[in-house]
Design a protein around this ligand. Structure first.
Ligand code: NAD
Length: 257
């Protein structure tokens, strides 16, 4: 499947899953637009590396996904948006009665409302182009819950619901909207939690990974950013043209429990 001639905008893609998705879409031939809220040389260098390795036109555009206007401006600055991957996300863990209001607001804005704004800006471009893919990176927490993650679980369930609405509003057009629901993926974000968890449980690294982090992931393996990128390539393929309004779990069996 070649995605040559398509432009993909991936929010929150200067690390982790978003960066992995950008690589796989570029390897499949798409021009990719990387994004985060920073504007460092290293951000632009990531895009340059993808462009050099894949021969595609890869760019980096700064935009803060907590600000609606910047979400819309990202899509407009991209100039084209055939594949929109809403990936930017943050996490905060706290009992609901102690949950800081500013963390709640930030998680709802970045993890959920950003997808509303980017999708609103991208759909007219997809309609003009006569083809489009909206891919929302939700989570196993878009389908199930865990304690202390009220904002994250609410936002991810919201994204899954919004995905269905976008699919229905585009159902008779050559545009699809789906959500990918990853289980645990070993990104820098997750890697950074391992030392503290080792201390908290007085366990070694392997035991923390198996017994704590992957306690609910029956495969006992992390999903990889390459697998998530591959899922995005599949959803962008002709084979997936009738897949819309649904979720694809990449979670080692978490949601089968
Ligand atoms: P990460 O921290 O490596 O990546 C998050 C990305 O979002 C980064 O590029 C960061 O710069 C960007 N970002 C954060 N705030 C932003 C803002 N205001 N504006 C623009 N960009 C912003 O984490 P990750 O693990 O790669 O997570 C990516 C997505 O995958 C998130 O939506 C997360 O909820 C989801 N997810 C992750 C896992 C996992 O186990 N890692 C599991 C399920 C779902």
């Amino acid at each position: 499947m070649s995605l040559e001639g398509k432009t993909a905008v991936i929010t929150g893609s200067n690390s982790g899953i978003g960066l992995g998705i950008a690589w796989e879409l570029a390897r499949a031939g798409a021009d990719v637009v990387l994004n985060s809220f920073t504007d460092r040389d290293q951000d632009h260098a990531l895009a340059a590396e993808i462009a050099q390795e894949t021969g595609t036109n890869a760019r980096y555009i700064k935009a803060d996904m907590s600000v609606g206007g910047e979400c819309r401006a990202l899509v407009e600055k991209a100039g084209a948006c055939d594949i929109l991957v809403n990936n930017a996300g943050i996490q905060h863990v706290s009992p609901i009665n102690e949950f800081p209001v500013e963390k709640w607001d930030a998680i709802i804005a970045i993890n959920m409302s950003s997808a509303f704004h980017t999708t609103a800006a991208a759909l007219p471009m997809m309609r003009d182009a006569g083809w489009g893919r909206v891919i929302n990176i939700a989570s196993a927490h878009g389908l199930t819950a865990s304690p202390y993650k009220s904002a994250y679980v609410a936002a991810k369930h919201g994204v899954v619901g919004m995905t269905k609405v976008v699919a229905l509003e585009t159902a008779e057009e050559p545009i699809t909207a789906n959500a990918i629901c990853p289980g645990y993926v070993l990104t820098p974000l997750v890697e950074a939690q391992i030392p503290d968890t080792m201390k908290e449980y007085d366990m070694d690294r392997e035991t923390v990974i198996r017994e704590v982090m992957l306690a609910r992931q029956p495969s006992k393996e992390f999903a990889t950013v390459e697998q998530l990128g591959g899922t995005c390539v599949f959803l962008s393929s002709d084979a997936a043209a009738q897949i819309t309004g649904t979720t694809i779990s990449v979670d080692g069996g978490w949601t089968a429990l």
